[in-house]
Design a protein around this ligand. Structure first.
Ligand code: DGL
Length: 267
């Protein structure tokens, strides 16, 4: 039984478009309803209660838009609100933490994994807890990198300033001799080249956006819920503030232009 309903994807803002990009690349026929909470971004320095409250409101919005699954593209919301969302929603909800952790476990050879993310994601220890489920001997080193989100949004994806900020953040992880690094934030895939240039040689970078997209595909194959239409899926975007900036900056994250972004005032 094919299912033409859209995938609901949400993020605190435009960063989750990296997840929409990964989904569109491996599931081109699926339609996506994307919700970016641009009025209340960033989530990365907010309390867990507030992140849960916002996430539940957005999930209700996506359910009203007939989503067949909700993908929590935001690492911070996945880290702090996933269980609440799964209890609350009447459809499958997938976050980015488990897929990223699983790929990291597969990649590591010395069982020492690094995690970078927002302050809220790193303090939640969500990645560490997930990694421990697969291997209790795993060692972890983590680092909050609050300056990387604005750098990615401003398009400072290379150059002296960006190199030195990334170096500052990843040096302690290099000293700990991690061999795998989880990019635990929607924005970091854009900074992948700089991050790769600053970590020890032979460190594997794990992009949770691609990891979650593969899990979504597996899940639809298992439940026979792939959209079997021959047509390319549609991307419909909703934001809570300033759609123009979302369109403008967001195209770098999505890898293609977008328009007709709609503003929601009464989430
Ligand atoms: N989307 C957030 C994340 O992946 C980063 C931006 C924010 O702090 O809201 O953690």
């Amino acid at each position: 039984m094919a299912d033409s309903r859209p995938i609901g994807v949400f993020d605190s803002g435009l960063g989750g478009l990296t997840v929409a990009k990964a989904l569109r690349s491996i599931l081109p026929n699926e339609s996506i309803v994307y919700f970016g909470d641009t009025a209340r971004v960033p989530y990365g320095n907010k309390s867990s209660n507030l992140i849960k409250e916002y996430s539940l409101e957005i999930a209700d919005f996506l359910m009203k838009h007939d989503a067949k699954m909700i993908v929590v593209a935001c690492n911070t919301a996945s880290a702090l609100a996933l269980e609440e969302l799964q209890r609350h929603c009447t459809l499958p909800v997938i976050g980015v933490i488990n897929p990223g952790a699983r790929e990291a476990i597969k990649a590591t050879k010395n069982d020492h994994i690094g995690i970078i993310g927002t302050v809220a994601t790193v303090s939640s220890k969500a990645y560490e807890k997930e990694l421990q489920k697969y291997n209790t001997d795993i060692k972890t080193s983590s680092q909050a990198c609050p300056l990387l989100v604005p750098l990615a949004e401003e398009g400072w994806l290379e150059g002296e300033v960006t190199n030195s900020i990334v170096k500052h953040y990843v040096s302690p992880l290099n000293d700990d001799a991690i061999d795998t690094l989880i990019l635990g934030c929607t924005h970091y895939p854009l900074l992948k080249n700089v991050i790769a240039s600053q970590v020890n040689d032979n460190t594997t970078l794990i992009d949770s956006a691609s990891a979650v997209a593969r899990v979504v595909k597996e899940s639809f194959l298992e439940t026979d819920q792939l959209n079997d239409s021959d047509e390319k899926g549609m991307l419909t975007c909703f934001v809570t503030d300033i759609p123009m900036r979302f369109e403008d900056v967001g195209q770098r994250f999505l890898g293609s232009p977008m328009d007709h972004v709609q503003t929601v005032h009464d989430i």
